[in-house]
Design a protein around this ligand. Structure first.
Ligand SMILES: Nc1ncnc2c1ncn2[C@@H]1O[C@H](COP(=O)(O)OP(=O)(O)OP(=O)(O)O)[C@@H](O)[C@H]1O
Ligand SMILES: [Mg+2]
Length: 325
C-alpha cells in the first residue's frame, strides 16, 4: 500500500429529499489493487461513486482522492481518474473507435496520441472487430467494454467502475474480470457490484454498504471465513413442520429458511446456513429420517449476499448486546 490513499471519504452523506442514500460513510482505500464495493440494490453504491467521481455534491462530509481534497484540486485530480457509469450513455451514431477518439479529445490528448491509445484500448477490451461499427448496434456487453475502454483513455491512477460486469455473459464476465485484475496491478480499481462471487474473484478487499451505511470493510479472505458460512439446499417431500423445528434446534445450524417447492405441491425447499458442513452432511439425513419425511436432494449452494448481510448484521447486533451485558 502506498503512503497516500487513493480514496479517503469522511462522513460522506447524500440525501435525496427524504431518502438518505449515503449515510456518514467513512472509507479509506489504499492501492494499487482491486477494491470491491458491495451492497444490495438501492444500498447507495452508485450515489457514493458519483460523489467520488465529482458528478454530484455530497450533502455532508469530505473526499480526498489520491491525497488531494476534491473541492480544492478538482481539475488536476479529475485528470487522474477514470469512471465507468452504471449505465454508460453513448452517441449511438458514433463508431466505437470514434467514441474513444472523442474521449481522447475531451482529455486533451493529441490526435496522434488519441489514435494510438484508442487502438490499444480496443484491443485490450476485445472490441477490435467492432471498432468501425456504430455503437447503436452494440450489445449490452460490448457497450460495457467500451465504457471501460473510455474510462482508461487517460491511464488513470484511480478507476471508479460502477457495476462493470453486470451486463456481461459468463465468458465476457470472466474476461473483463481478468482485465480488471490486470489493471489493478498498477492502478487502484474501485468497483461496485451486487454479485459476491465476482468480487470474491478479483478483489483483495471489500466494503459492504447497507442503507447507505458501511457494514463491513475488510480483506476478502477474512470476510469469507468470517461471514460466508456454508449453505446447503435441501428438498424434502411431506409434512416438514417437525424437521424445521428439529433443524433449528441443532447447534451447527445458523439459519433455516424454507419455501414451497416450485415444481411439485408437496415439496419444500430448505436453505440452511451451517457452521460445520461435514457435521451437517452427516446429521441432516439422520434428522430427516427421524422426522419421517422424504429426502429428494441435498446440495451445496452459494451463500447470497443477503445471507452474508443477515449473518453480519445478526452477529454485530449479538456482539453489541453481549458487550452491553
Ligand atoms: N437522483 C435521485 N433522486 C432520488 N433518489 C435517488 C436518486 N439517486 C438515488 N436515489 C435513491 O438513493 C438510494 C440509493 O440508490 P443507489 O442508486 O445509490 O443504489 P445502488 O446501491 O447503486 O443500487 P443498484 O444496485 O440498484 O445500482 C435509493 O433509495 C435510490 O432510490
Ligand atoms: Mg447502482
Amino acid at each position: 500500500m502506498s503512503a497516500t490513499s487513493a480514496i479517503e471519504a469522511r462522513g460522506l452523506t447524500r440525501h435525496f429529499r427524504d431518502v438518505t442514500a449515503v449515510d456518514a460513510l467513512d472509507l479509506t482505500v489504499g492501492g494499487p489493487g482491486v477494491f470491491g464495493f458491495l451492497g444490495a440494490n438501492g444500498a447507495g453504491k452508485t450515489t457514493a461513486i458519483r460523489m467520488l467521481a465529482g458528478l454530484i455534491h455530497p450533502s455532508a462530509g469530505s473526499i480526498k482522492l489520491l491525497g488531494r481534497p476534491v473541492e480544492k484540486a478538482e481539475v488536476s485530480v479529475r485528470e487522474r481518474l477514470g469512471y465507468l457509469p452504471q449505465e454508460p450513455a453513448f452517441y449511438s451514431w458514433m463508431t466505437g473507435e470514434e467514441y474513444l477518439l472523442h474521449t481522447g479529445d475531451l482529455f486533451g490528448l493529441s490526435r496522434k496520441e488519441s489514435r494510438a491509445r484508442s487502438a490499444e484500448l480496443l484491443d485490450l477490451c476485445g472490441l477490435e472487430p467492432a471498432a468501425k461499427r456504430r455503437v447503436g448496434g452494440y450489445s449490452g456487453g460490448m457497450k460495457q467494454r467500451l465504457g471501460i475502454a473510455q474510462a482508461l483513455i487517460n491511464r488513470p491512477e484511480l478507476l471508479l467502475l460502477d457495476e462493470p460486469v453486470s451486463a456481461l455473459d459468463p465468458v465476457g464476465r470472466a474476461e473483463v474480470l481478468e482485465l480488471i485484475e490486470k489493471l489493478g496491478k498498477e492502478a487502484t480499481v474501485f468497483m461496485s457490484s451486487h454479485i459476491l462471487v465476482d468480487v470474491e474473484r478479483v478483489c483483495e478487499e471489500v466494503a459492504i454498504i447497507d442503507h447507505g451505511k458501511l457494514l463491513v470493510h475488510e480483506r476478502t479472505a477474512a470476510l469469507r471465513s468470517r461471514a460466508l458460512r456454508p449453505v446447503l439446499t435441501c428438498e424434502l417431500r411431506g409434512d416438514t413442520g417437525k424437521i424445521e423445528r428439529l433443524l433449528a434446534a441443532e447447534s451447527w445450524v445458523e439459519a433455516v429458511n424454507s419455501e414451497p417447492g416450485r415444481e411439485e405441491p408437496d415439496m419444500t425447499v430448505f436453505r440452511l446456513t451451517v457452521t460445520d458442513r461435514t457435521e451437517a452432511e452427516v446429521r441432516i439425513p439422520r434428522l430427516i429420517a427421524e422426522a419421517g419425511v422424504g429426502l429428494v436432494s441435498l446440495s451445496p449452494a452459494l451463500p447470497s449476499l443477503e445471507e452474508v448481510f443477515i449473518a453480519l448484521v445478526g452477529r454485530s447486533q449479538k456482539e453489541s448486546r453481549e458487550e452491553e451485558s
